[in-house]
Design a protein around this ligand. Structure first.
Ligand code: GDP
Ligand code: MG
Length: 425
């Protein structure tokens, strides 16, 4: 099970019903304008979140560029975490690119892959891609409008790198003149396991292999791309790749390896995370869900929890004297249902209820937090609204983090445990 678009209508219906119930359960009669405020601003924002991420979800479209044999098909398999593409030294039979759709029915996801195989074989005898390679790639991108371009370059082939990158740059400049939005490009340095020393696998931080990987990475970023502003994804270990922070035809350079089993892959998740950040929101669910990589989906869930918490903070600006946590219950239930869905459980009010019941989340957190808010009000009355907003923020975030821990790690930890960084506005 995973997030299924078909469940959304049912879920929204139950959340609406819940909202009505909460209003009836309130100890005071909630003024009409407060109800309207919460419906529009708070629940409205949450439903928008659901719409962006789930209702409008569509397959990501990835464009694969690079020479034959440089590991394009293998890269797709590695990203997808299963065999989906044809791997091997297939002689390019056509100069046309092909688009294919990969279905992941068990997680309700699909990807669209455009494989430019053949294009880079339009090389001149000196090994440089000819004029028509540039034109073909350009035509392809204008036609298919991919979300991201992955340019695979074998890490060992340092001789052909500058030619390859030049083609990528030229293509991009041509497209820029014709399209308003140019798809971001990631240069993927493939087959790093084949670098010297060949037997050291997987590479260990500080080891010779990692040092070699970093040398090549620096060479590509500084010498070939000529980037001036860039930063490592991981400050402690730059060999995992760089994000280019200046205006450039490349957004990132990431070394990976996907050798045949039983050798382990290396750094594929970093690439995946980077792609996930570059593609539009509506393409993220299919992209991440297909991979069934817990760590990545957990990150998507944590980011979503933070956005829900920010939305909950709006409740601090309602005309009520103090924000009542009970009013946030429907919002939190929706958030928990989405966390459950992302964890590949079903995205229903039932799943959310199971968590809420097990952890006593809203009721317990709601009442406890109300008490905290009241105490805070006593001491700093003029700070009433912001404090209440802060409590709504950290309380919702705590419930969300507790749900992430429950659904992703199978650990039942009380929301209170996550309430360390209190009252952020
Ligand atoms: N050792 C190793 N071999 C790889 C890696 N990636 C691809 N290969 C091998 O390189 C060959 C070409 O890969 P393929 O994905 O078909 O390249 P494509 O022509 O660009 O699609 C195949 O034999 C793959 O098994 C890698 O990261 N490490
Ligand atoms: Mg291939």
């Amino acid at each position: 099970m995973a997030i299924d678009k078909k469940q959304v209508k049912g879920l929204l219906g139950s959340i609406d019903g819940l909202f009505e119930q909460v209003l009836h359960a309130m100890p005071i009669k909630v003024p009409m304008e407060v109800v309207q405020f919460i419906k529009d601003k708070v629940m409205g924002a949450a439903v928008d979140e659901l719409r962006d991420l789930v209702v409008n979800a569509r397959p990501p479209r990835l464009y694969l560029m690079g020479r034959s044999g440089h590991g394009k098909s293998t890269l797709i398999n590695a990203l997808a975490n299963r065999e989906v593409a044809v791997v091997g030294h297939v002689e390019p039979t056509t100069m046309q690119s092909e688009i294919h759709r990969i279905e992941f029915p068990e997680v309700h996801a699909a990807w669209e892959i455009i494989d430019s195989r053949g294009i880079f074989e339009a090389m001149r005898p000196d090994g440089a891609p000819g004029r028509n390679a540039v034109e073909q790639v350009q035509e392809d991108i204008l036609k298919h409008k991919p979300d991201v371009i992955l340019h695979a370059i074998a890490a060992r082939e340092t001789r052909s790198m500058s030619e390859d990158v030049r083609v990528g740059k030229e293509v991009r400049e041509l497209i820029k003149r014709k399209l308003h939005v140019v798809p971001p490009t990631v240069i993927v340095l493939t087959q790093t396991d084949l670098l010297e020393p060949a037997r050291e696998w997987p590479p260990t931080p500080g080891g010779r292999k990692m040092t070699r990987i970093k040398e090549i990475l620096d060479f590509v970023v500084v010498k070939i791309i000529g980037a001036k502003a860039f930063e490592p994804f991981d400050k402690a270990e730059p060999a995992y790749g760089y994000k280019i922070t200046e205006e450039s035809f490349v957004s990132g350079v990431i070394p990976v390896a996907a050798p045949a089993p039983p050798e382990p892959f290396w750094n594929v998740e970093q690439l995946s995370e980077c792609i996930g950040q570059l593609i539009p929101k509506e393409a993220q669910l299919d992209f991440f869900q297909a991979q069934q990589r817990k760590a990545l989906l957990k990150n998507v869930a944590l980011n979503m929890v933070d956005r829900f918490a920010t939305t909950a903070a709006l409740i601090g600006s309602t005309p009520l004297p103090i924000a009542d946590m009970l009013l946030i219950t429907p919002l939190q239930m929706l958030m928990v249902a989405m966390v459950g869905g992302l964890s590949c459980r079903s995205m229903t009010i039932g799943t959310a209820g199971e968590f809420m019941g097990a952890s006593g989340a809203t009721v317990a957190a709601g009442f406890a937090l109300r008490e905290v808010a009241r105490q805070a009000m006593k001491f700093v009355p003029f700070l009433g609204a912001p404090v209440a907003g802060g409590i709504a923020y950290s309380g919702t975030r705590a419930v969300g983090r507790s749900a992430v821990s429950y659904f992703f790690l199978g650990e039942l930890r009380q929301p209170q445990e996550f309430m360390i960084d209190e009252a952020r506005p």
